[in-house]
Ligand binder design. Structure first.
Ligand code: ATP
Ligand code: MG
Ligand code: MG
Ligand code: MG
Length: 473
């Protein structure tokens, strides 16, 4: 089947609506009254109030398409075929209503029925938690999947330490041998392994235990279902795209960028392609995040935005774009998403203004940094030195936000060696300092009502503390 992104999203919601679910609109990317999260990172994140019982939903069956941001995937963007910073998660949820059997049957029907997604059954694989014999039995006996297509995975257990938890079952689509980026005999060459052939499309979480204070798992009186399907990945399947980027969700952004890059084109080479992908991804995330009320700054959420904007600007530079340009892509993003998310077009002027200002400021910073590197390299050469020291790389990075790869690249082009290990030592020292500062900050603010916010915000500087986000779903 050929389907547009608009059709895929709608088909998912329609299917679950026809199975008694109420369609819940996407919530803001910025969590409301939830200090434990920096960004909404999954469909279930906005529905916590129902799962923890603080609010009783009008209908125990809910479906949604939820914009989500995952900072733990920043480095993956453009490298893998399937990761974004901002993506949409399609989900169906049962708050103490239906459970495993229905969740699996409906997932299979939506994916394979001619009326719906009509995927080829023989290309689908699932993973289950080894002890979850019930899930394996349903997939095998009731759905008819051969045992070889059902893979035991020890990690398939969703558990955040205390509270509801349970096994999950993930669904993979086999894109075929030509997508295999690992060898046939590589231990990762299976559905669930780190490879590009078997694409993870959907995660079904069966929340059936309560993880108690004493670390016991007792059955929940009221069992829940929480699922998440990646819209962009599904669209890549329906549009026969080698990665999520060659779809109607990203191509218009890429084409608009091509018009601004001098002689670089998307298909030139791998590095160029990656730059286009990073720009398309980041401008989408930033446009939506600003539309939802986040602003670039030096900490927390704002820091994530600043980093995304700067990364995109640097990739723009690689494409020969030397002036502010990201802001010009905002209307393109807005138009693509208009039918389900009118907010970007509605707030376009404001979003563009924020992005443009931030881009211009960063360009000044870069130019200052460039001058400093050039001078530094010249004086090192004059002194007969052959290495750019780690502390200098660090200073450029820390003070000017100058990307490490760029500093190193420039030094190497001038025939200097770079002390990358020395740079890492400085980075580690800085992280330790930040950590120490954080713990005093926290202990000083124990009585403060905003403690949660402060802690979460500062934890995310440096992108190394996103475990909690990554684990939700
Ligand atoms: P992966 O293993 O590919 O990183 P995941 O196991 O981390 O995915 P889940 O937490 O299970 O992902 O999220 C549910 C679904 O959301 C995934 O099956 C996938 O379709 C989609 N998804 C997750 N992370 C991303 C992302 N960064 N970009 C796009 N889609 C994503
Ligand atoms: Mg996974
Ligand atoms: Mg998963
Ligand atoms: Mg992941």
């Amino acid at each position: 089947k050929q389907l547009t992104s608009v059709e895929v999203r709608q088909m998912y919601l329609d299917f679950f609506k026809s199975r008694g679910h109420r369609i819940e609109p996407s919530a803001s990317l910025v969590p409301v009254e939830d200090p434990t999260l920096l960004w909404i990172n999954s469909g279930v994140a906005t529905l916590k109030k129902y799962f923890d019982g603080t609010v009783v939903p009008e209908n125990p069956r809910i479906t949604n398409a939820q914009k989500s941001i995952r900072t733990n995937d920043i480095e993956n963007v453009g490298k893998t075929a399937r990761h974004h910073t901002m993506f949409e998660m399609l989900g169906n949820f049962s708050i103490g209503d239906y459970f495993k059997k229905e969740a699996i049957h409906w997932a299979w029907e939506l994916l394979t029925s001619e009326e719906w997604f009509a995927l080829d059954k023989s290309k689908l694989y699932v993973t289950v938690y080894p002890e979850d014999k019930e899930a394996r039995r349903i997939w095998h006996e009731e759905i008819g999947l051969p045992q070889e297509s059902i893979i035991d995975i020890e990690d398939n257990f969703w558990d955040i330490g205390a509270g509801p938890c349970g096994p999950d079952s993930e669904i993979f689509y086999d894109r075929g041998q030509s997508f295999n980026d690992v060898a046939e005999d590589d231990p990762e060459n299976y559905p669930g392994g780190e490879n590009e052939r078997y694409l993870e499309i959907w995660n079904l979480v069966f929340s059936e235990f309560n993880h108690t204070e004493n670390h016991e798992y007792e059955p929940l009186p009221q069992k829940n279902i929480d699922t998440g399907m990646g819209l962009e990945r599904m669209v890549s399947i329906f549009q026969d795209a080698p990665t999520n980027f060659e779809t109607d969700l990203f191509l218009p952004i890429i084409h608009a960028t091509e018009e601004m890059s001098r002689d670089k084109k998307y298909d030139d080479d791998l590095a160029t392609k990656t730059s286009f992908k990073v720009i398309a991804d980041h401008v989408r995330a930033v446009s939506f995040a600003i539309g939802d009320g986040a602003l670039p700054s030096n900490e927390g959420r704002g820091y994530v935005l600043r980093r995304l904007l700067r990364r995109a600007v640097m990739h723009g530079k690689k494409l020969g774009i030397d002036e502010a340009f990201l802001y010009k892509l905002v209307p393109v993003v807005g138009k693509i998403m208009e039918s389900y998310y009118p907010e970007v077009l509605e707030k376009q002027d404001f979003i563009q203004k924020i992005i443009k200002t931030e881009e211009e400021r960063f360009h000044e910073t870069i130019n200052d940094g460039l001058q400093i590197i050039t001078d530094l390299i010249a004086s090192l050469k004059q002194e007969g030195k052959d290495t750019l020291e780690g502390k200098d790389i660090f200073k450029l990075y820390d003070t000017y936000g100058f990307p490490v790869e760029l500093t190193e690249e420039m030094a190497e082009e001038e025939g200097l060696k770079v002390d990358h290990d020395g740079f890492e030592v400085e980075m580690t020292a800085q992280r330790d300092r930040a950590r120490a500062a954080r713990s005093t900050e926290n202990s000083m603010n124990v009585q403060s009502a905003v403690l949660g916010e402060i802690k979460v915000d500062s934890e995310f500087i440096g992108y190394d503390a996103t475990e909690a986000e990554a684990k939700l779903l």
